[in-house]
Design a protein around this ligand. Structure first.
Ligand SMILES: Nc1ncnc2c1ncn2[C@@H]1O[C@H](COP(=O)(O)OP(=O)(O)OP(=O)(O)O)[C@@H](O)[C@H]1O
Length: 264
């Protein structure tokens, strides 16, 4: 693999702050967040509820505006990056329209953007194949299992072929066996497409299994307590979770989470 492409910054946050003004006073959701995500990284954000994981992802997607510091996405402001369709966003709930088929759900943003019919068709075929849902385009969301719906929503996020994929706890609501399977498929997709992925999770094994870097966060105010570069190889069968290397990384994440708590 080309190591140069690995050090090309895609997301850069410097001294990022975000304070929400609420009726109960200001809430500091992010404080002094410094992070560089390089091209092709798989970065997980882990931390207790309220530590700012979603807020950080939403800042990258220009859905929130930081109140301090700097943030760039592909060398642009998040707003510019959004206009250039630099990323796809996957939410915790699949969020598919029940009255549209899977193919038509994936097509919707492409229709809005004015892609030709042929282009829409070929993109839908492509992304359905990427998430292993060939042949399901004409089904309605309710005809698919929860895991398949989530894969369809990943397909929709991939339809623009953006090189960044932002995923906010996409598998949080699924049972462990389905989640394991989706984790394997997501890794295969990441290897195949070389996308840069930002992934929010509450699960230590999920973060360690998937990531090249793990960002451990703590709440009140939301900040980064540790950034772990994973020593695990890119090729990861599920049973890598039983190896000493995996257990050691998981241990460090747990320590980071504990350290964040003791500062409360
Ligand atoms: N629009 C908003 N207005 C006011 N406060 C907000 C808003 N969005 C988030 N917050 C607050 O900012 C903090 C960070 O929230 P955020 O959702 O980013 O945390 P999180 O780590 O993603 O949590 P979870 O794991 O529960 O999803 C929390 O204290 C939350 O209540």
């Amino acid at each position: 693999m080309n190591t140069e492409s690995n050090t090309q910054p895609v997301i850069e946050a410097r001294q990022l702050d975000l304070v929400f003004q609420t009726n109960d006073g200001p809430v500091q959701a992010l404080k002094d967040v410094n992070l560089t995500v390089n091209k092709g990284d798989f970065v997980s954000f882990i931390g207790p509820s309220g530590c700012g994981k979603t807020t950080f992802l939403r800042c990258v997607a220009a859905l929130e505006t930081p109140t301090g510091g700097e943030l760039s996405v592909n060398g642009m402001t998040p707003d510019e990056a959004r206009r250039k369709r630099a990323y796809g966003y996957v939410f915790q709930a699949a969020g598919l329209y029940p009255w549209r088929t899977i193919a038509k759900n994936i097509k919707l943003p492409l229709e809005i953007m004015g892609y030709s019919r042929d282009e829409q068709e070929s993109r839908v075929r492509n992304v359905l194949e990427l998430v292993d849902l060939e042949g399901f385009g004409e089904k309605f969301p309710w005809q698919l299992s929860g895991g398949m719906q989530q894969r369809a929503s990943i397909a929709r996020a991939l339809a623009f072929d953006a090189d960044i994929l932002l995923m906010d706890e996409p598998f949080g609501a699924l049972d462990e066996i389905v989640r394991d399977h989706l984790n394997e498929q997501l890794l295969a997709l990441w290897t195949r497409t070389e996308k840069t992925i930002g992934f929010v999770t509450h699960s230590i094994p999920e973060a360690v299994y998937l990531s090249t870097r793990i960002v451990v966060m703590s709440p009140r105010p939301g900040r980064i307590t540790d950034i772990i570069d994973s020593p695990l190889p890119k090729e990861r069968p599920l049973d890598i979770r039983d190896t000493p290397e995996f257990i050691e990384v998981a241990h460090r994440v747990r320590e980071g989470l504990r350290a964040g708590h003791s500062d409360d």
